[in-house]
Design a protein around this ligand. Structure first.
Ligand code: GLC
Length: 620
C-alpha cells in the first residue's frame, strides 16, 4: 500500500513537472516569436536625441534617391538618415552584386564623417527577390505566392530575399505589399497576394517575419515596409492621376469598409513588429493618405500601436498640394509622416521643414517623435552598436543566387501554379513523348516570365533581363533524351507533334503603366493558340500574366490550361508540374472574370458569378 501511494505521488509529481516545462516552453516560444518592442530602445534613443541639432534631426527624416544626389558629400553634409534606389537607380558600374555592394559601402562610409556617425538605412524594392541585381534569385510575384496559401513558404521566400539583400549591404525592403486589390484592371494587382483580406493578413505577416527574422539585429535580417497604407487597391476606375485608370486614384468607402477590406494586412504586420510602413499615393474619400492624420496617427500609431516609422512614397508628399511644397510638407509631417522619400527635391525639403519648425508650424515634439521612431529601428538593427560596422558583410555573398536559394524559388513556383482545366487528363505530360511542340511569345522569354520590378523598374521583355530558366528550357531539361522538343513563337510547325504547349499572356509593366480598361488576350496570343489548335493535337495553354485575363474561346480551344502568373527565374518549377513530378496544389487568390463587362468583380460583388471563383484549382 505504502509503495502504491509513493508511486502515485511520483507519477503525479512527474506529470506536474512535464506540464510546467511544456507551459514554460510555450511561454518562452511565444516570447521568442514575439519580436522585441521597438519602444524598448527608447532609453538609448533619448540619449542620442538629446545631443542632436535640428539639422541632424531633419537629416534623419530625409531619404533622397541615390541617383538624385547633387554631390555624394550631401550624405554627411546634410546628415542624411537614409538613401534609396528606386526601380532604375543603379550603380554607375552596372547591376552586379559587386557594384551594388561597393555603392552601398561608399555611402555608408560617408556617415562616419558626421559628428554622431548615425549609419544610413538603404532601401530598395525587393518585391520578388533582390530584383535589381543581376544573378539574384527572382521569385514569383505576390499574386503567385497568394495561390500557395502557404505562410511558411512565404516566410522562407522573404528570408532568402533578405539574405540576398544583405549580401549587398542593403538592409531595408519596401515590402511586403499588403494591398487587397479589388479591381484587377489595376497595374499593381500582381504585387498583391489576394483580393481576400484574410489571405493578405496571413501572408503579409509571414512576409514580415521572413524579412525581419526573429530579431532585427540578425545580420541576415532586413527591416520591412508594409505598403501602401491604406486602400491602395480599392480605388475607383477613372480616378487615377490624369483621369484614367486606377493607380494612385481615390478609394471611396466608409471607414468600416476600409477596416474590413484594406486594413487586415497592417494589423498583422504591426503585430509581427514591422519596422516601417509606407502610406499610399492614393486618397481615401478625396484625402491623400500621406496627408491623413486619421490614417497615419489616430488609427495606425494610436489605435494599432505602430511603433516604427512611416516612410512616404516616392515624391508622394508633393502631390498633397502641387502648388505649395512647403504647405504639403507641413500637412504630411503634422499628419504623422516620419521620413520623406524625396528624391531630387531633398535640399528644398530640408530647408522648408527647418523653416516650418522655426516658424512653429511643425512642433519640435513632432520632429522628436519622428526621429525617435527612426532611431528605434536603427538601434533594433544594431546599426547604433559602436562595435559593429554598418558596412556590408561580404561573407554572406557566398549564398547569393545559390542552388539552395533557387530551390526555394522553384518550390514557390510549383505551389503557385493553378490548374484551371484538364480535359481527358491531358496533364501531366509524358517525358517520353515523341515530340512536344512549344509556342507562344512567353515560352522562351525570361523577361516576360519575371514581369515588372526586375532589373528595370518596368521589367524588360526578352532574354536580356537576367539569368534563369525559361519554360522552353525547363521542358527540354525535363524530357527523356529521345523526346524531340520543337519551338516556334507563332505556333507554326506543330502538326504531327504528340502534344502542343503554348505560353501566352502579358509583357512586363509596373504601377500605372499596367492599368488596363479591359483584359482580353493580345492578338499575337490568340493567333498562336489558333495555329496550335489547327494542328489537331492536344493543347496545353500556360498563361504568364500579372492577373486573371479574359480568355474568350482560348479556354475552349485548350485541353488544359495552367495559370503560371509571373514565376520569375526558376521556370523549372513549371515543368515539375507539367510532367507530374509535382502535383498542382495552387488555388486562385483572385476571381477570374468571364468577360470584360464583369470588371471589377470580386468576392464582395453582388451576384458573384466569375468564370472561376477565389479558391478554385484542379488537382491531378
Ligand atoms: C514607387 C512605388 C513604391 C516603391 C517606391 C520606391 O513609386 O509606389 O511601391 O516602394 O516608389 O521605389
Amino acid at each position: 500500500m505504502k509503495h502504491a501511494a509513493l508511486f502515485r505521488k511520483i507519477v503525479l509529481a512527474s506529470a506536474a513537472a512535464a506540464a510546467c516545462s511544456f507551459l514554460f516552453y510555450q511561454i518562452t516560444a511565444a516570447a521568442a516569436s514575439k519580436p522585441r518592442a521597438l519602444s524598448s530602445y527608447d532609453p538609448q534613443v533619448k540619449q542620442v536625441l538629446a545631443q542632436m541639432t535640428l539639422d541632424e534631426k531633419i537629416g534623419q527624416m530625409t531619404q533622397p534617391d541615390q541617383s538624385a544626389l547633387r554631390d555624394p558629400g550631401d550624405v554627411e553634409n546634410l546628415f542624411l538618415g537614409s538613401l534609396l534606389s528606386g526601380g532604375d537607380s543603379d550603380p554607375k558600374e552596372g547591376n552586379s552584386l559587386e557594384a551594388w555592394t561597393n555603392m552601398y559601402d561608399h555611402y555608408q562610409e560617408r556617415t562616419k564623417k558626421t559628428r554622431l556617425q548615425i549609419p544610413l538605412l538603404y532601401g530598395v524594392d525587393a518585391v520578388h527577390g533582390h530584383n535589381n541585381l543581376l544573378g539574384a534569385v527572382i521569385f514569383p510575384h505576390d499574386i503567385a505566392l497568394g495561390c500557395t496559401r502557404n505562410p511558411k513558404l512565404v516566410e522562407q521566400v522573404e528570408k532568402v530575399t533578405a539574405a540576398e539583400m544583405r549580401a549587398s549591404g542593403v538592409q531595408w525592403a519596401f515590402g511586403p505589399c499588403v494591398t487587397v486589390p479589388q479591381d484587377i484592371r489595376w497595374g499593381r494587382t500582381y504585387e498583391g497576394f489576394s483580393e481576400d483580406p484574410s489571405i493578405v493578413a496571413s501572408l503579409g505577416e509571414a512576409a514580415v517575419k521572413g524579412f525581419q527574422g526573429a530579431s532585427l539585429s540578425d545580420p541576415l535580417a532586413v527591416v520591412a515596409s508594409a505598403k501602401h497604407y491604406a486602400g491602395d487597391g480599392g480605388t475607383t476606375f477613372g480616378t487615377a492621376r490624369g483621369g484614367r485608370g486606377l493607380d494612385q486614384g481615390d478609394t471611396r468607402v466608409d471607414e468600416a469598409t476600409l477596416r474590413k477590406i484594406h486594413l487586415p494586412g497592417y494589423v498583422t504586420a504591426v503585430k509581427a513588429g514591422v519596422g516601417t510602413i509606407m502610406p499610399s499615393y492614393s486618397s481615401w474619400n478625396g484625402v491623400k493618405c500621406s496627408a491623413s492624420k486619421r490614417l497615419l496617427t489616430e488609427i495606425l500609431k494610436q489605435e494599432l500601436g505602430f511603433e516604427g516609422f512611416l516612410i512616404s512614397d516616392y515624391n508622394a508628399i508633393d502631390q498633397i498640394n502641387p502648388k505649395d511644397y512647403k504647405e504639403s510638407i507641413a500637412v504630411s509631417i503634422n499628419a504623422g509622416m516620419d521620413m520623406a522619400m524625396v528624391t531630387n527635391r531633398y535640399p528644398q525639403f530640408i530647408a522648408n521643414l527647418k523653416a516650418l519648425v522655426n516658424e512653429g508650424q511643425v512642433p519640435m515634439s513632432r520632429i522628436d517623435d519622428a526621429v525617435t521612431r527612426i532611431l528605434r529601428v536603427k538601434f533594433a538593427m544594431g546599426l547604433m552598436d559602436k562595435g559593429r560596422s554598418p558596412l556590408a558583410d561580404r561573407s554572406i555573398q557566398k549564398t547569393f543566387g545559390s542552388p539552395e536559394h533557387r530551390a526555394v524559388a522553384r518550390q514557390a513556383v510549383r505551389e503557385s501554379l493553378v490548374l484551371l482545366k484538364n480535359d481527358r487528363k491531358t496533364l501531366p505530360l509524358s517525358k517520353n513523348a515523341v515530340r512536344i511542340h512549344v509556342a507562344g511569345k512567353s515560352a522562351d522569354n525570361i523577361g516576360n516570365q519575371c514581369g515588372g520590378w526586375t532589373i528595370r523598374w518596368q521589367g524588360q521583355t526578352g532574354a536580356v533581363t537576367t539569368g534563369g530558366t525559361t519554360i522552353l528550357a525547363a521542358i527540354k531539361n525535363a524530357v527523356s533524351k529521345d523526346t524531340q522538343v520543337t519551338y516556334s513563337a507563332d505556333g507554326s510547325g506543330a502538326a504531327g507533334a504528340t502534344v502542343g504547349v503554348v505560353v501566352i499572356g502579358e509583357r512586363p509593366y509596373a504601377e500605372g503603366n499596367g492599368d488596363r480598361a479591359e483584359l482580353s488576350l493580345a492578338k499575337e496570343d490568340l493567333d498562336a493558340v489558333a495555329a496550335m489548335k489547327a494542328a489537331g493535337i492536344p493543347l496545353v495553354t500556360i498563361l504568364i500574366s500579372g492577373r486573371p485575363m479574359v480568355l474568350g474561346d482560348t479556354l475552349d480551344k485548350s485541353d488544359a490550361l495552367l495559370a503560371a502568373w509571373l514565376p520569375g527565374t526558376e521556370g523549372q518549377g513549371v515543368a515539375d508540374v507539367l510532367f507530374g513530378d509535382y502535383k498542382p496544389t495552387g488555388k486562385l487568390s483572385f476571381s477570374w472574370p468571364r468577360a470584360n463587362g464583369q470588371l471589377p468583380i470580386n468576392m464582395h460583388t453582388a451576384k458573384y458569378d466569375p468564370l472561376f471563383k477565389v479558391g478554385y484549382g484542379l488537382k491531378y
